[in-house]
Design a protein around this ligand. Structure first.
Ligand SMILES: C[S@@+](CC[C@H](N)C(=O)[O-])C[C@H]1O[C@@H](n2cnc3c(N)ncnc32)[C@H](O)[C@@H]1O
Length: 241
């Protein structure tokens, strides 16, 4: 997609992102994952697709998974290696899974990479990932909802980007994250649930569970929109037989 830059291919931004764990709104992205994974995933071989600086890989490792993390941003993989020298983090070219040899995974977690992947590339990538699953393996796709780009949050602001409200699936939206020291404007690609369903079907996948985690009273952050509007969606996918 012309004019779209992967924000994460930048040393300063990667270093700032690497310092972040699960603050504010991010807490909700990960809060329900242990329960979702124990309900849907058998086995412990995991691929963390778009592992970034390794936050999601380390999360899976703590849950008992053996994890390979892959990413296209060398800056992020360098940070992942520094934080977790014993981890298995691999730099890949976009859409290429050759670095994985013949590995097969019980779980493929995609924690946010599809927010940065153009629509034209999504079906092919999901098809490639589906081919890496074991029999009965699951893909868990954690993405931003379109609403994240049009509301205010504990961790994010979009008020300076009123044009986000007019954007359709596949178009670029802008957001600022308060939890990253380097408050760069991040460009994402908005995608609604109907469009994701089309992408999944094209890739031979179907949704078996879909969650929209909401904030609750008494949680570590002062929620802004999180108690009434879900910032994230978590889709659990299986291969259509
Ligand atoms: C928002 S970060 C999330 C990192 C990590 N999963 C986490 O939760 O902290 C998204 C990552 O997806 C990566 N990414 C984008 N397109 C990708 C692709 N085609 N293949 C692999 N990784 C990709 C980016 O480089 C970035 O590091």
């Amino acid at each position: 997609m012309s004019g779209f830059k992967n924000t994460y291919e930048d040393d300063a931004y990667a270093a700032a992102y690497a310092r972040m764990e699960f603050p504010g709104t991010y807490y909700l992205a990960y809060r329900d994952l242990p329960e979702i994974l124990s309900e849907h995933v058998s086995g412990t071989a995991a691929l963390d697709f778009g592992c970034g600086a390794g936050r999601s890989s380390r999360f899976l490792k703590k849950l008992g998974f053996g994890v390979i993390g892959i990413d296209i941003a060398p800056e992020m993989i360098r940070c992942a290696d520094q934080i977790d020298p014993g981890g298995d983090y691999r730099l890949v070219s976009p859409g290429s899974f050759e670095a994985l040899d013949s590995a097969r995974f019980d779980l493929i977690l995609a924690a946010f990479p599809f927010d940065n992947i153009p629509m034209t590339m999504k079906p092919e990538l999901f098809e490639g990932l589906a081919g890496l699953l074991t029999e009965g393996g699951r893909i868990v796709n954690l993405v931003s909802t379109p609403e994240i780009y049009t509301n205010e949050w504990a961790s994010f602001s979009t008020k300076d980007f009123p044009e986000n409200k007019q954007k359709q699936s596949g178009e670029i939206v802008k957001v600022i994250c308060f939890d990253i020291d380097d408050q760069t404007i991040v460009e994402d690609i908005v995608c609604d649930q109907a469009e994701y369903q089309r992408v999944y079907a094209q890739a031979g996948l179907r949704i078996i569970d879909s969650r929209l985690p909401l904030g609750r009273q008494g949680e570590p952050s002062d929620w802004v929109s999180e108690e009434t509007i879900a910032p994230w969606r978590i889709d659990v996918l299986e291969r259509i037989a």
